[in-house]
Design a protein around this ligand. Structure first.
Ligand code: GLV
Length: 308
């Protein structure tokens, strides 16, 4: 029995080293190196090339290296008999809380505006917002969404949460699926932390933006295909949205020709809101690998029918 590591960005060696130092008894292979295919029972993957899983007849579980699993569902060689797991990791959670909090403060204090004023040597104080002026609405109240909502609420922000099924979180007003419009009409900083599923693909579109109070701000840290890019630009140009911080894109790296790059009200980061640390994550993969070997239920298992 062995684990196969599959990612195309040349970063498998960090993961192999983490296994070597934390669980040297487990056999791990980089998919690009020669390996005995029949020994592979778990594939640990990040944006894997499609079509590989069917070559591994003893494969039982596909484990994501991150919190998201959308790229596994997109692979036609993933089939319903395979188990799927995702990462739930304290570092990923605090990284996301901090990133979203930083973006909220950057917006509230107008820091991006001052940064662009600097390129014109422009000394100009702008009006700014205070916490009481902002209602943050978080779409997606899974592990990352709930923790981020709580972190912002603990800092004195008014926070709302929207998710498929209603969640109970102290200090947060929550809405369920059918109450999307009620949630949107009260939200002026919208944070997207939804899983990407057929239901949520393209959800951040013109119609949704039009239901927010005029001049709302978007912080998008989920997955690129949630957002209809042209709709965002139009909504900003019409003043319905006042700007956006976007960390995720349908194609990454973002094309140098994308109109997002040159838009003064769109602030781009390279999918860095929260990045799995192999040293931190490998421990839970080892636990799951041992559970798989001894036929016990896995931790952080994804419901492959729901898609998250
Ligand atoms: C990052 O985007 C992740 O899914 O962990």
């Amino acid at each position: 029995m062995a684990i196969l590591l599959i990612r195309q960005d040349g970063k498998t060696s960090q993961w192999l080293n983490a296994f070597k130092s934390q669980a040297s008894q487990i056999e791990c292979f980089d998919y690009n190196e020669p390996h005995p295919k029949e020994t592979i029972t778990m594939a640990l993957v990040w944006k894997q090339p499609h079509g590989l899983f069917e070559q591994y007849k003893n494969l039982k579980c596909v484990a994501s290296m991150g919190a998201g699993v959308d790229f596994i569902f997109e692979d036609p060689s993933f089939h319903q008999e395979l188990l799927m797991t995702r990462v739930v990791d304290p570092l990923l959670i605090t990284d996301m809380e901090e990133f979203v909090t930083a973006q909220v403060y950057a917006y509230m204090k107008g820091l991006y505006q001052y940064h662009s004023q600097q390129s014109f040597s422009l000394w100009q104080q702008n009006p700014y917002l205070r916490k009481k002026d902002i209602t943050i609405g978080i779409m997606g109240m899974g592990v990352l969404g709930s923790a981020t909502a709580k972190a912002l609420s603990d800092q004195g922000f008014n926070v709302l949460g929207w998710s498929n099924s209603k969640k109970q979180i102290e200090g947060i007003t929550t809405y369920e699926k059918v109450d999307l419009d009620l949630f949107l009409e009260k939200t002026n900083v919208l944070v997207c932390l939804l899983p990407l599923t057929p239901d949520t693909n393209g959800i951040l579109n013109e119609s949704l933006f039009s239901k927010l109070p005029r001049g709302a701000y978007l912080i998008h840290v989920a997955r690129g295909p949630h957002l209809v890019g042209e709709d965002l630009i139009q909504s900003i140009d019409k003043g319905q949205m006042c700007g956006a911080a976007i960390d995720v894109f349908p194609t990454e790296p973002l094309d140098t020709k994308s109109p997002f790059w040159g838009h003064s009200k769109i602030h781009i980061t390279p999918h860095c809101a929260s990045i799995s640390s192999p040293e931190s994550v490998v421990a839970q993969i080892v636990v799951n690998y041992n559970r798989l070997t001894s036929h016990q239920p896995l931790l952080n298992q994804v419901d492959t029918l729901k898609g998250y």
